[in-house]
Ligand binder design. Structure first.
Ligand code: COS
Length: 382
């Protein structure tokens, strides 16, 4: 359903993204999934069209788009290819710590080439023993003169080995209480002692490269510290509060794409002498899928508008949007496969890929169990 945008210009941009999605992204989606190779052509397309520049202010070469526009573009691209949409999601995720906590010098140095799409970004928080419990990380950063020396590893990192700008969270003060010993750093790709480890083979979003980042006496300049020492955990949380709607948008787009396929199929597939779309059992399924998608969309757009309006408690709604949209995507893609029957299970139709792609949305940027923790804590606080 068309929910009116705040400006005609935004409406025009969304129309342009719709056309690119249909004409250029959709035809590549199955192949990207099959080869499991990072789609450099799609990254170039998003860069050329200024889509990768959306999360960056105009001063740094971006378009300074609203969060609402960013999530609507992610949604539109995800209808066709969740892997391609993820390129925009992670560009925002890996750059936001710099936007939120960077000095003017750091912003001037890193943001323009991220906004143009010349560089990719990565966000290094997760470790093997530190997933939902993000504060349990082991990676160390020791101050030595005017440098920090990093040792440890990050895993399950999107764009591992591809990103030039890697925002890495590491412990600078092991004696500090709670998460107050964690700091954030920018590690550039070619830094000695920093390298790509194992690359994962995944169930979905297969064209996105996910892997380990290894730090072995990796020396970075002290000026690459983001914010102050000890502020790293808060920077990570503030970032995730603002990027979780992007994951919701990815899930919502996947769900909408699956519904579109299911409706088309149901109108054409004849069984018992009529299209299955005329069977009430199928109609009820389609109606429930469309209703869940619309409810998810309203919640998601609401959360994005809260971010744009600087609402104080947007973090709860951001978590709700990510949780609800991703649960919807799993339900809707599962039902879409069911409507297509045996064909839905086959790789010549896109719905099995959509279901595989949807699953990660319930897991990354905080599992849906963690989203419930965030929502509940906000509900019961003070
Ligand atoms: N914004 C700013 N600060 C925040 C915050 C937020 N949204 N959430 C927590 N903080 C602050 C707290 O105020 C607290 O600060 P003080 O030390 O000054 O008291 C500090 O961070 C620690 O907070 P808390 O005690 O709530 O931390 P927990 O260890 O209980 O963890 C959760 C909180 C579970 C929410 C956090 O670990 C989390 O989000 N986990 C999921 C991680 C994740 O999403 N990983 C995906 C990686 S990207 S694919």
């Amino acid at each position: 359903m068309a929910i009116k945008l705040r400006s005609d210009e935004d409406q025009m941009i969304l129309g342009m993204v719709h056309d690119i999605g249909v004409q250029r992204i959709a035809p590549r989606a199955a192949e990207i999934d099959k080869t499991g190779e990072f789609p450099w052509d799609m990254k170039a397309l998003l860069a050329e069209q200024g889509i990768l520049g959306m999360p960056f202010p105009e001063t740094y070469g971006g378009s300074g788009s609203s969060e609402e526009m960013i999530i609507r573009v992610i949604e539109e691209i995800s209808r066709h290819c969740a892997t391609t949409a993820l390129i925009l999601c992670v560009q925002q995720l890996g750059s936001l710590p710099i936007l939120l906590a960077g000095t003017p010098e750091q912003k001037a140095r890193f943001l323009p080439r991220l906004a143009s799409g010349e560089w990719l970004a990565a966000f290094g928080l997760t470790e093997p023993g530190s997933g939902s419990d993000a504060g349990a990380m082991q990676t160390r950063a020791e101050r030595k003169g005017d440098t920090y020396v990093l040792n440890g590893m990050k895993h399950f990192i999107t764009n591992a080995g591809l990103a030039h700008v890697n925002v890495i969270f590491a412990i600078t003060d092991p004696t500090a209480p709670g998460t107050r010993g964690i700091s954030a750093f920018i590690v550039e790709q070619s830094t000695p002692g920093f390298r790509l480890g194992h690359v994962e083979h995944k169930m979905g979003i297969r064209g996105s490269q996910t892997g380990e980042l290894l730090f072995e006496d990796c020396v970075i300049p002290a000026e690459n510290l983001l914010g102050r020492e000890g502020e790293g955990f808060k920077i990570a949380m503030m970032t995730l509060d603002r990027t979780r709607p992007g994951v919701g948008a990815q899930a919502l787009g996947i769900a909408q794409g699956a519904l579109d396929v299911a409706v088309n199929y149901a109108k054409q597939r004849v069984q018992f002498g009529k299209p299955i779309a005329e069977q009430q059992g199928i109609q009820f399924m389609l109606a429930d899928m469309a209703t869940a998608i619309e409810a998810s969309r309203q919640l998601l757009y609401h959360a994005a508008r809260m971010i744009d309006d600087g609402a104080p408690n947007f973090s709860r709604f951001s978590a709700m949007a990510k949780l609800y949209c991703s649960d919807t995507a799993i339900k809707v893609t599962n039902d879409a496969i069911q409507i297509l029957g045996g064909y839905g299970y086959m790789q010549e139709f896109p719905v099995e890929r959509m279901m595989r792609d949807a699953k990660i949305c319930q897991i990354y940027e905080g599992t849906n169990q963690i989203q419930r923790v965030v929502i509940a804590r906000d509900l019961i606080k003070g």
